[in-house]
Design a protein around this ligand. Structure first.
Ligand code: N5H
Length: 256
């Protein structure tokens, strides 16, 4: 089909765990506009999910990558170099924290839990961006996922809020480093969405109801809205934007 805005673009999508994943909604938007997608997954547990979900997608590639292992990141980029040569985009939709640190006081965060949240949720972006730059010989776009709790205190977000603050700052530093090669780095700050990461979050329904009552658009965020914003950020329409955080949250973040 002609007229697809991402035709000929190779985009790495990291972080599809299941069909509810934000990364999966983003992949659907990108695929609709003609992108060739390369998916990574972490561990056998999620391999089956991505194989099934992406079964019907033309030309996709699927490769394992545990972002805590330098060797796995190198192997992924070696694979990309051989299979696609040039990379145009990266979608980073990966985060992790110990479940026990997502409630109660931030002050109780363990050293171990702090480092784990930072390593998986933030350092992974830095490591991936550094490798991606080498393959983005025609310019590129890198996007990461963040949340309001990185800008201000949101009850229970705790160690993940501090990780998102570091992620948003990393987006700015990486945008500055990679900009001269016409590689843009941005983040999307999504409103709460019922994903696997949100599973087990106490009072998630209450949080969603609050958004429905108070957000300017009076509704919660749909993953497809995040997908279409990611599409914009991957496309040439956003060519002048880098180091930015775009809120896709029904406007909730403007409220005091
Ligand atoms: C204020 C809130 C509610 C409390 C905080 C939730 C934070 C969620 C983010 C992290 C990434 C969730 C997480 O690491 C869960 C793990 O401990 C357990 N789950 C897993 O291991 C599953 C199986 C795997 C697939 O998930 C991960 N991530 O490894 C924030 C909410 C209103 C909004 C929200 C849910 C934000 C967000 O960052 O996702």
């Amino acid at each position: 089909m002609s007229g697809q805005i991402l035709k000929g673009k190779n985009i790495l999508v990291m972080g599809v765990a299941n069909k509810r994943s934000i990364a999966w909604a983003i992949a659907n938007s990108l695929y609709r506009e003609g992108a060739r997608l390369i998916f990574t997954y972490q561990g056998e547990r999620f391999e089956k999910n991505i194989l099934e979900l992406a079964e019907e997608m033309d030309n996709k590639l699927i490769y394992p990558c545990d972002v805590t292992k330098d060797k796995e990141i190198s192997a992924l980029f070696q694979f990309l170099k051989e299979e696609v040569g040039v990379l145009h985009g990266v979608v980073h939709s990966i985060a992790h924290a110990k479940v026990e640190e997502l409630e109660g006081k931030y002050a109780n965060t363990s050293r171990d839990g702090y480092l784990m949240a930072q390593e998986i949720s933030v350092y992974s972006l830095v490591a991936v961006a550094r490798e991606a730059e080498k393959l983005m010989t025609e310019g590129g776009s890198i996007i990461a996922m963040t949340y309001l709790g990185g800008e201000r205190v949101v009850q229970n977000y705790n160690v993940m809020g501090v990780a998102k603050a570091a992620l948003e700052s990393s987006v700015q530093y990486l945008a500055n480093d990679l900009g001269p090669n016409q590689i843009r780095v941005n983040a999307i700050s999504a409103g709460p969405i019922r994903t696997l990461a949100a599973k087990g979050v106490k009072d998630f329904n209450t949080i969603l109801h609050q958004i429905e009552e108070k957000a300017p658009l009076r509704r919660t965020t749909d993953a497809s809205e995040v997908g279409d914003t990611a599409l914009f950020l991957m496309s040439d329409w956003s060519r002048g934007i880098t180091g930015e955080v775009i809120h896709v949250d029904s406007g909730y973040h403007i409220l005091g």
